[in-house]
Design a protein around this ligand. Sequence first.
Ligand SMILES: Cc1cc2nc3c(=O)[nH]c(=O)nc-3n(C[C@H](O)[C@H](O)[C@H](O)COP(=O)(O)O)c2cc1C
Length: 320
Amino acid sequence: MLLDKELKIKNVTLQNRIVMPPMATEKSDQGIVTQDQIDYYVKRAQNTGLVIVEHAYISPEGKCSKNQLSICDDNCIGGLKKLSDAIHATGSVCLTQLAHAGARAKHTGLAAISPSGIKLDEENPVEMTSGDIERIRESFLKAAIRSKEAGFDGVEVHSAHIYLLNQFYSPITNKRTDKYTGATIEGRTKLQCEIIRAIRQEIGEEFIIAIRLGAYDYEEEGSQIEDIPLACQKFVEAGADIIDISGGLHMYNSPESDEPGYFKKLSIAAKSGVNVPVILTGGIKTSSEAEKLLEENAADLIGVGRAMIKNPDWSTEAIQ
Ligand SMILES: Cc1cc2nc3c(=O)[nH]c(=O)nc-3n(C[C@H](O)[C@H](O)[C@H](O)COP(=O)(O)O)c2cc1C
């Protein structure tokens, strides 16, 4: 069995290859972790190698749902510390997911911002100035520092599901012509790399940095599978320790398939470019499906989302 094999990343060891991917619970109270939320995670963390806590907004205008978790100021550190302590007590390793919704922000009362002001949902976003980009980079860094203070093993930078950083990655939403241009992979990955580099420099070598990449838009004008190896190389050169593969414009679904591991073409492309562990999530319901994907070397770690929401004992049952 490969699913129960340990994996060492930096100075932490994941007890097995199972990942609880980030999934919004809407259980926070004005952005602060609640006891209900802690209980929810503790149940699912048992025998789970890595828990990536749901998306947390890094600045007020980047929020996208009413009861979303916050990491945008120091008030949230106490609750997050209780959460990381509770997850660690199960033997699991945990990351926060740092997010900014960009054009998809809601419930903020503030103007939405995005790389090129392209409308996606109901908001009319404003094109980001270079000052906005600098401020956002700083907000991601400060949120990572709060994660460290709250006892997490690291962070995941959210650049998927057509949220802000994915809006930079996708040529459909990035029409910029400056150094963050949507015309080159370098431009499309520049802000993510700057954020990763800033976190690495400030927090040090041992802090785990993952990046969730909305790797493919499934549209002619969008991001392509061929872009994945080079984009991932850039993230790893900047200091990323884990690549977490998901979708772009179609979010966490594939319009082509709902088979277990429906993003495996994308994770295989990521693995062809880098040597760091790659997470594959999407459509995996059983441990034998997860095992098969590991045997095929489609990924190093397997995310189990909706099946774990439904069955909190998924990991315990999988490794028995
Ligand atoms: C209720 C729900 C909330 C989610 N919230 C997030 C999130 O906060 N951040 C994220 O990157 N993905 C989020 N996702 C996507 C999941 O992490 C995962 O990629 C997706 O559910 C596909 O995996 P599955 O088929 O195993 O469920 C969410 C999915 C669901 C169903």
